[in-house]
Design a protein around this ligand. Structure first.
Ligand SMILES: N[C@@H](CCC(=O)N[C@@H](CS)C(=O)NCC(=O)O)C(=O)O
Length: 153
């Protein structure tokens, strides 16, 4: 598919909206990709500590109540990995992935370890659950264990 050029490209990029929380690692990944690709976007702050993710407007975008969410015209994508793949395939400049198949697979492996085996184990609701059911101190040991295990792998 041919890439847009000039004004139309800029206009299309300006329609990108990212719902994000500044401390969310899932949102960082997407902000890093948008910046690496030089894409302009509108930043929509969702304050997870204040519970903005449970507002009715945000729930319509992502019924799972997680950031990040990317809105591009009538397309809504609610998951950092899916957003990264969308950006990679839609905007070819400054590729995020190597061409080499093996290296691509290693990239997917690393992304999946973070997305599936590390991040969900230290999500806010998990830490809140541990804090309430076990103890506040236990959550730090839990986080350290799972981050250490993921990076060691
Ligand atoms: N698989 C999703 C996970 C999204 C996710 O867990 N987001 C966290 C922030 S990093 C969140 O919104 N948590 C809200 C909460 O726990 O209430 C992705 O990679 O985008």
């Amino acid at each position: 598919m041919a890439e847009n050029t000039g004004d139309s490209k800029l206009q299309e990029q300006q329609k990108l909206k990212l719902y994000s929380y500044w401390r969310s690692s899932c949102s960082w990944r997407v902000r890093i990709a948008l910046n690496l690709k030089g894409l302009k976007y509108e930043y929509k702050a969702v304050n997870l500590l204040k519970g903005d993710q449970f507002s009715s407007d945000f729930s319509k975008l992502n019924p799972l109540n997680y950031v990040p969410v990317l809105v591009h015209e009538d397309i809504v994508i609610a998951d950092s990995f899916a957003i990264l793949m969308y950006l990679e395939e839609k905007y070819h400049q400054h590729p995020l992935l190597p061409q080499d198949l093996h290296k691509r697979a290693i990239n997917f492996q690393a992304a999946n370890i973070v997305s599936s085996s590390m991040q969900p184990l230290q999500n806010m609701y998990v830490l809140k659950y541990i804090e309430e059911k076990i103890s506040p101190d236990e959550k730090f040991a839990w986080v350290q264990h799972h981050i250490g295990k993921g990076f060691a792998g």
